[in-house]
Ligand binder design. Structure first.
Ligand code: FAD
Length: 371
């Protein structure tokens, strides 16, 4: 049986970053990344807003807050170092009325508690001066929010890993993980449907939307651990007919319980989309329901009064891997060694929804610290 020191399940942004971090921290070790698709980043890491979050929203001291703020700094440094496309363009969280303006004050306090030092409340007149198309009662301006090219980022993580000898086993799906000696026997199915067995000292579960199933495949009782994922689809609509550069910053409403709300998603070419909404889903499926355009329009029209319903066209969708059940409060990322469940050296990354991309390098660093 082939053997490796580290086996990573999943080549999304988190698995790629964890693999690189482990290979850097444990220089002589061998690392294999098993990915069921034929390339990296075919799931959630390619279906999102591509925003580098500042760390405004998450409860103080939560893993989401800590890994977002650390990950944001690491990510900007990484993108700069390797000359990868990104833009620290900033963002406005806009309040539609006085009640929402009070929520912005709470948001600012949370942001400060998370160590975000460059967020500030600004008046409606200041918003109008920055973004004449945007209507608001007040806003929170976040200067360290940005956008980046997630494909270029993942490609660089993969090539750096390749230079360090990491093996990317594409087309290989992990079926089960069994305890064997001091490590694990990982059973996979390769692209031809043949079974493979690999011995691994440490296994890291970065399986995104299937990370609960990967934990179960290692013998974890999902209900007892409260690891069952709930899928929430986020649909995007492209906006046509507006001149490029008309809006210069990301614009968000005050956040809701399940998502950050329908916002203006700018790409690096100045084009823009609206989204994502939040629709509970029972399977992984990426169609966009054109009928949801009405709701999307209503949400965005509050802060973009000149927007026309006819300008919206269905674009793409992504799916959030949420530990939070419908109606439940905040749930944090799970990044932990499952030693207390009888699986030492089996590290779970579960519920890595937003800000998972922003946090990916920090999650990698954290995983390496758990070994
Ligand atoms: C609509 C939306 C918008 C978002 N916007 C942002 C944003 O702007 N900024 C931000 O920071 N975050 C954002 N996020 C969150 C971010 O996209 C995710 O947190 C991040 O991409 C998760 O990365 P991952 O590597 O954990 O998962 P994935 O990218 O899904 O990767 C998991 C990989 O595991 C593989 N896999 C699963 N099971 C197996 C198996 N058994 N064997 C082998 N391979 C397996 C899958 O094929 C997949 O490639 C958004 C998410 C959504 C849905």
């Amino acid at each position: 049986m082939e053997k490796t020191d580290f086996m990573i399940i999943g080549a999304g942004a988190v698995g790629l970053a964890a693999a690189l971090s482990l290979s850097e921290r444990f220089a002589e070790s061998s690392v294999i990344v098993a990915e069921r698709h034929s390339s990296f980043g075919q799931e959630t890491s390619s279906r999102n807003s591509e925003v580098i979050h500042a760390g405004l929203y998450y409860p103080n001291d939560s893993l989401k807050a800590r890994l977002c703020v650390r990950g944001r700094d690491l990510l900007y440094e990484f993108l700069k170092k390797y000359g990868l496309p990104h833009d620290r363009l900033g963002k406005l969280v806009v309040a539609a009325d006085r009640d929402e303006a009070i929520l912005l004050e709470k948001l600012l306090a949370t942001a400060r508690g998370n160590g975000v030092t460059d967020a500030a409340l600004i008046t409606a007149a200041e918003v109008a001066a920055l973004e004449p198309e945007v209507a608001s009662a007040a806003a929170l301006l976040s200067s360290s929010t940005g956008i980046f090219d997630t494909h270029a980022y993942m490609k660089r993580l993969e090539s750096l890993g390749g230079e360090r000898g990491i093996i990317y086993a594409y087309g290989c799906e992990v079926l089960s993980v069994e305890r064997e000696g001091a490590g694990y026997r990982v059973i996979l199915k390769d692209a031809d449907g043949a079974d493979l067995e690999i011995g691994a000292g440490v296994v890291v579960n970065c399986a995104g939307l299937s990370s609960d199933k990967a934990a179960e495949a290692a013998g974890i009782d999902l209900d007892a651990a409260d690891y069952r994922l709930h899928l929430s689809k986020g649909e995007y609509f492209r906006v046509h007919g507006l001149p490029r550069g008309l809006i210069k910053r990301l614009v968000y409403p005050v956040p809701g319980a399940v998502s950050l709300g329908v916002h203006i998603v700018l790409d690096l070419n100045g084009g823009f989309k609206l989204g994502p909404n939040a629709v509970w889903a029972d399977r992984i499926e990426y169609s966009v329901d054109p009928a949801h355009g009405d709701e999307m329009f209503a949400a965005a029209h509050r802060y973009l009064p000149r927007l026309k319903r006819t300008a919206l066209e269905p674009d793409m969708a992504g799916i959030r891997a949420k530990l939070q059940k419908p109606g439940e409060e905040f749930r944090d990322f799970v990044v932990r060694d499952e030693g207390d469940r009888g699986l030492p050296g089996f590290i779970d990354c579960i519920g890595i929804e937003s800000p998972g991309l922003t946090s990916s390098l920090a999650i990698g660093e954290y995983v390496a610290g758990l070994v």
